[in-house]
Design a protein around this ligand. Structure first.
Ligand SMILES: [Ca+2]
Ligand SMILES: [Ca+2]
Length: 273
């Protein structure tokens, strides 16, 4: 009786903690530097492009300064030209990209982004010229965007034929990604030289950052599910880990050990890492 009262009190405290816990995602820049193969500021008229850790269109981006800092899909191998960018973040709601093109074609699509979840979620965003993407310079080729899901976030000085620019694509992911990890973003280009090729400068996602293991409500749920269970041993992984003192049953002693660690960093031998 005393044990169940204490457990019940513990539940109440934990329920309050659950109700006040924040759930919104953070804006997290994605490092895809292994794919960087040219420099944003390397073209005539492009020297003013911003670099470093910066905010564009109210979204933080991290663009390596001083060297190569973009994926340029331009090369001579057969199509598609594509890269698989590892992300591995939970609960991603939206993805923000900085994509321009060398040359450009109205319509298409000759470029796309694909999003792969850890538990089967999938989404493809086709990138249409003059709607979702356009070339990086005024003058010829493609010069329009839809102004809604693609917005301009930077323009250099220089006048009509020399004015460089950056556009941001805003991509909302399907709800399925809220309950799994976004494993990979695939950038795909099916254009050609003197036709259209993708330039990818930046990626930021709105998701839930990975945090160190903390003894929290999720752990308590797993502990409580084995409450008063016996016998515990190697055959049932010590009652799913809940027999913390390895006494052979899950009792008040184990609950005390659990509460000693409540909201602390998980100890090295903690069963629920
Ligand atoms: Ca142009
Ligand atoms: Ca025990």
């Amino acid at each position: 009786m005393r044990e169940s009262k204490i457990l019940c009190h513990c539940c109440s405290v934990l329920l309050v903690l659950l109700l006040v816990a924040p759930a919104a995602g953070d804006l997290i820049p994605i490092d895809f530097s292994p794919f960087h193969n040219s420099r944003m500021q390397g073209e005539k008229g492009s020297a003013e492009y911003p670099e470093g850790d910066l905010v564009l269109g109210s979204i933080p981006f991290s663009i390596p300064a001083g060297g190569n800092n973009r994926w340029d899909a331009q090369n001579t191998s057969p199509n598609p030209h594509q890269i698989n960018i590892p992300v591995d973040l939970y609960g991603v709601e939206a993805v923000y990209t900085l994509i321009s093109t060398s040359w450009g074609q109205s319509g298409g699509p000759y470029a796309a982004l694909e999003f792969y979840g850890s538990d089967g979620a999938f989404f493809r965003k086709d990138l249409y010229g003059n709607v979702d993407i356009r070339d990086w310079l005024w003058g010829y080729w493609t010069n329009s965007i839809n102004g809604a899901t693609t917005v301009n976030v930077f323009q250099s000085s220089g006048g009509f034929y020399y004015q460089a620019r950056l556009d941001m694509q805003i991509i909302a992911l399907p709800a399925a990604f809220r309950s799994q990890r976004l494993s990979t973003i695939r950038a795909i280009d099916t254009g050609a030289l003197n036709f259209q090729r993708m330039l990818l400068y930046g990626i930021t996602v709105k998701g839930i950052p990975d945090t160190p293991c903390v003894v929290d409500l999720a752990h308590f749920a797993r502990f409580a599910a084995r409450w008063l269970e016996a016998p515990c041993g190697g055959e049932n992984d010590n009652c799913g880990g809940a027999d913390l003192d390895r006494s052979g049953d899950v009792t008040l002693v184990d609950l005390r050990l659990f509460l000693d660690e409540w909201l602390h960093t998980c100890p090295p031998d903690w069963p629920w890492q």
